[in-house]
Design a protein around this ligand. Structure first.
Ligand SMILES: *Cc1c(COP(=O)(O)O)cnc(C)c1O
Length: 380
């Protein structure tokens, strides 16, 4: 038998208008940042999700770095973040000299356990960074209550969380800031790309300045100041119109992208129910307060060995399935700096979580091949 075509873990999806819009941007003669397509993207986010202010950036990493600068994070400050996350969540704060106090994951999701957070707060704590893993909301009411009680800020790492909600409120729009990613592995993409949602008006002016190399260029172009100059620290966080044009073509098709991804997600969820009932693995749990934006479909295996076996089994059938984060508190860079607390649930997901192929163009026959391969591994 010929080898069946292999099934990648991810495949970036083009809606069809990306190149047209890039051509329009190029022909308009303006391809640096903050042109027509950037404005269209900003407007999309403020209208569709009601975000107070949206600012495109060149990555979610940049959006997080902007948040760290805006909060004046400095040496001696502490920031609480989950250990089970991507390095950018915390690097942004490390760059400003903060110490990261890692929180463990929750009992039934990889998100940080909100019940453990309060005990980690000290007078030096400046921010908590909840990460909405797989696009499923963290328990935001209790985190927002903490942000009032001590004063500190919540920065949502909403990299995976576009079009997902907490008690009906869009993720990324609840904390002081929300940071989104349009990296090619996310639901809506521009190759590299990101956005900062600014949810408190007192940060509006400075957010624009920091994004524009510390100048008041944005206010100048709106005619609000008659000279533009250097007024603060900053960097170059804005993307070119070429990226914004690509992104806008994706945003126009958000509903269609989400519908397709959710159908694939539901199919996996339904087909693995018997395995969960038999105690062979766990499917994702969606808390009552959260929605699912089908960013990712993951399984939680019973052990590291079992997961390695399943990855190898899938690979032998041409299917690429991948594990995810390695707990940051035990990383080469941070292990020495960590305060030594064991974070068993972060380690649990490090060892056992496995992500299956899920992308717009995954056809039904290929998805059935993935499902059959998982079932056959467990002897079903
Ligand atoms: C993808 C991702 C990031 C980084 O996004 P970039 O746009 O690549 O900088 C940060 N945090 C989480 C949770 C992510 O999934």
């Amino acid at each position: 038998m010929a080898n069946p075509e292999s099934i990648p873990f991810n495949k970036p999806f083009l809606t069809g208008r990306e190149v047209d819009y890039i051509r329009q941007a190029v022909e308009s003669g303006k391809i640096s940042g903050d042109g027509l397509f950037t404005r269209k993207c900003h407007q999309f986010f403020t209208e569709r999700f009601g975000f107070h202010k949206a600012l495109l950036t060149t990555s979610c990493t940049d959006a997080l770095e902007m948040a760290a600068i805006l909060l004046d994070i400095r040496e001696g400050d502490e920031v609480i973040a989950p250990s089970y996350t991507f390095v950018s969540t915390v690097n942004a704060f490390i760059l400003r000299g903060a110490r990261i106090v890692f929180a463990d994951s929750a009992e039934d999701t990889p998100n940080l356990d909100h019940q453990q957070v309060e005990a980690l707060i000290t007078p030096r704590t400046k921010a908590i960074i909840p990460v909405h893993y797989a696009g499923m909301a963290c328990e935001m009411d209790s985190l927002m209550a903490l942000s009032q009680r001590y004063p500190l800020h919540i920065v949502e790492d909403a990299a995976q969380a576009i079009d997902s909600y907490y008690k009906g409120r869009p993720l990324g729009g609840i904390g002081t800031f929300g940071a989104f990613s349009f990296h090619e592995t996310k639901n809506v993409i521009s190759g590299e790309g990101g956005m900062l949602a600014v949810n408190k008006p007192e940060f509006d002016a400075r957010a624009e300045i920091i994004r524009e190399k510390g100048t008041n260029r944005s206010a100048f172009f709106r005619g609000e100041v008659d000279k533009y100059g250097w007024v603060d620290m900053g960097s170059s966080f804005l993307p070119s119109e070429i990226i914004a044009a690509f992104l806008y073509a994706q945003l126009e098709n958000l509903a269609q992208i989400q519908q397709k991804r959710k159908a694939l997600w539901e199919r996996y969820f339904e087909c693995f129910e018997p395995l969960e009932k038999a105690g062979k693995l766990q499917r994702p749990r969606i808390p009552d307060y959260a929605t699912n934006n089908a960013h990712m479909f993951y399984l939680v295996c019973n052990s590291l060995d079992e997961r390695s076996g399943l990855i190898a089994h899938l690979k032998s059938r041409g299917i690429m399935a991948v594990f995810h984060y390695l707990s940051l508190h035990s990383s080469k860079f941070y292990a020495e700096k960590h305060d030594g607390r064991a974070l068993p649930r972060a380690d649990y997901y490090t060892d056992r979580l496995l992500r299956l192929p899920l992308y717009y163009e995954l056809d039904a026959a290929s998805q059935e091949r993935v499902i059959d391969a998982v079932l056959s591994f467990y002897g079903v």
